[in-house]
Design a protein. Sequence first.
Length: 98
Amino acid sequence: MKETTRRRLTGVVVSDKMEKTVTVELARTYRHPLYQKVVTSHKRVKAHDEIGSSIGDIVLIIESKPISKTKRWFVQEIVKRATEDVVEEMLEEVEEQE
């Protein structure tokens, strides 16, 4: 049987309003091929969460088979818990965007 390796990525939880699901924002920095400027791109994915992470936590997510229509990741571990200051800042940013 062929062993497949699963991708593991680290991101920040930006939403925990759903049951057993969190939205994780993944940031990627790279150098633009023509202009040589450092560019940061963001991507949001939904991940299955059984361990109870909250907004602002830095989590390690692992690729899995499709769990639902939009979920293809699950939270493996919480790398760092968020402090109250970080949570307040993130909630303010979300309110400004809406």
